[in-house]
Design a protein around this ligand. Structure first.
Ligand SMILES: N[C@@H](CCC(=O)N[C@@H](CS)C(=O)NCC(=O)O)C(=O)O
Length: 201
């Protein structure tokens, strides 16, 4: 597997996932800040030309949620995605998609001071989205009790940078959840890889 990656971007979430999975992968640097980006060659991997991207043999794809699900399902022994026969599978998919479909749009609305329209916008609004998430993680420790999944990873990653950049309130539940997630050895390894990559020109 090759992870198309650039430091200080959303590709960090996929990097963290690769470290959770623990299977061999190659990190391929894509400089999204270069004037030549995105190249036509890169758009063959991710048609949006964004990072992250993933190449696995003849498969290539973009979108963090899709990459996380693909990798988790490819390595079921990791337990990072409940199996399709598992009673938690549906709820897992719902929360796995939540960062991309709901949290990110409400964070952008909040950051830009845009007026929400909770019924006509697919993402509802900030209060509705954050209340739903807060309730889901309150019992804990993870969404599905003691089992950490790719949905916890993606939500924790989004909450972490959302709180860091003032787009999400630092509610105690969000702080607890992200502190627990970022204490995981795979997160610590990913963070160290990211720091090394930042030294590479
Ligand atoms: N919906 C995408 C968003 C990815 C994204 O926006 N990546 C940014 C970096 S944080 C990017 O590649 N920007 C460069 C560009 O748009 O060309 C995902 O979740 O994977």
């Amino acid at each position: 597997m090759q992870l198309m990656y650039c430091p200080r971007t959303r590709a960090f979430t996929a990097l963290w996932m690769m470290e959770e999975v623990g299977e061999p992968y190659e990190l391929v640097r894509i400089d999204v800040r270069s004037p030549d980006h995105p190249t036509e060659a890169y758009k063959q991997i991710n048609p949006m030309g964004k990072v992250p991207g993933l190449v696995d043999g003849g498969v290539s794809m973009g979108e963090t949620a899709a990459i996380l699900l693909y990798v988790a399902d490819k390595f079921p022994h990791t337990g990072l995605s409940p199996l399709p026969t598992d009673v938690h599978r549906g709820r897992f998919l719902q929360w796995l998609m939540f960062s991309a479909t709901t949290l990110e749009p409400v964070m952008v609305e909040k950051l830009r001071g845009l007026a929400p329209n909770t019924t006509s916008s697919g993402w509802g609004d900030y209060d509705r989205a954050t209340t739903a998430l807060q309730q889901a993680i309150t019992k804990g420790p993870w969404l599905f009790g003691d089992t950490f999944t790719a949905a916890d990873l993606y939500l924790a990653s989004t909450l972490y940078y959302g709180m860091a950049f003032g787009m999400i309130d630092k509610r105690p539940e969000f702080v607890r959840f992200t502190q627990m997630a970022t204490s995981r050895p795979a997160y610590v390894r990913a963070n160290s890889i990211e720091n090394q990559q930042l030294q590479v020109p």
